[in-house]
Design a protein around this ligand. Sequence first.
Ligand SMILES: NC(=O)c1ccc[n+]([C@@H]2O[C@H](COP(=O)([O-])OP(=O)(O)OC[C@H]3O[C@@H](n4cnc5c(N)ncnc54)[C@H](OP(=O)(O)O)[C@@H]3O)[C@@H](O)[C@H]2O)c1
Length: 267
Amino acid sequence: MVSPLDLLFESEGLPSFDLPDELARLYGGPLGFATPRLYANFVSTLDGVVAISSVPESNKIIAAGSEADRFLIGLLRAFAGVIVVGSGTLHGSPKGLWAPDGPYPAAGDALAELRRRLSLPFEPEVAILTRSGSVDVDHPVFEKGALVLTTIWGKAVLGARLPAASTIVALGEELDPREAVAWLRERGHSLVLTEGGPTVFGSLVAAGLVDELFLTVSPLLAGRGEPDDRLQLIEDAPLLPDAGVRGRLLSARAQGSHLFLRYELTR
Ligand SMILES: NC(=O)c1ccc[n+]([C@@H]2O[C@H](COP(=O)([O-])OP(=O)(O)OC[C@H]3O[C@@H](n4cnc5c(N)ncnc54)[C@H](OP(=O)(O)O)[C@@H]3O)[C@@H](O)[C@H]2O)c1
């Protein structure tokens, strides 16, 4: 069983939900969200790398084997009505189902109890963003049932190839992230989690849609060189100097040499 996170700092007055005791003990205190909220969760190396695109499932390497990170992924999933990921992350996780109990099954019962208390269905919905429609329709998340938010073109490309359990929605010519999030809100999702990847996260941040970032900092250095196959926390969205997005530290936790940071993002 994972050891509890050590609380280093927490801002006063944060929303707090009645977590099952086991989850509160492992998280090192209460957790909750104002609604509506869009929050992101990433693990990064000390030098800001979140993926090595030439290495399958590189986030496992980046997390440096942290059980606490896996626990936190599950806990954050358990609060969500829907989890949003880009097609790059879908292909980077060929078996991913984005279930709350997937990363840390030992907390599965407590996570299920949390979802009962939140009056949420057993598992969050999973929404895949793809403009081009080039997704692997044999990915297991589609067999289980996922939402595919795409363009008119992407819907035409996918045609009827997705399994019946999944739903495809065309949101115009461009797939503006604002429209994607608005569509999910209309569907009734007030708590939206994005697990990236960095290109989708960048477009959500650039559109001013991300309220909070949970960032696990692992003690590894990824380095950089040729081939340049390292992705940073944000790709393809130059923010500074024009778009100043700033984090306000809401909490800091630690376990060993890993840091678990929670920021509110503001412009
Ligand atoms: N360390 C971590 O915590 C973490 C978290 C998540 C992911 N990752 C890793 O990150 C890597 C994938 O990152 P990525 O940046 O290449 O992929 P990504 O952000 O998951 O997906 C990007 C793709 O999504 C599609 N897309 C649809 N709507 C978009 C929008 N509004 N903005 C941006 N993209 C949109 C585009 O492709 P199409 O239109 O062609 O479909 C785009 O190329 C994987 O290796 C994954 O394992 C790491």
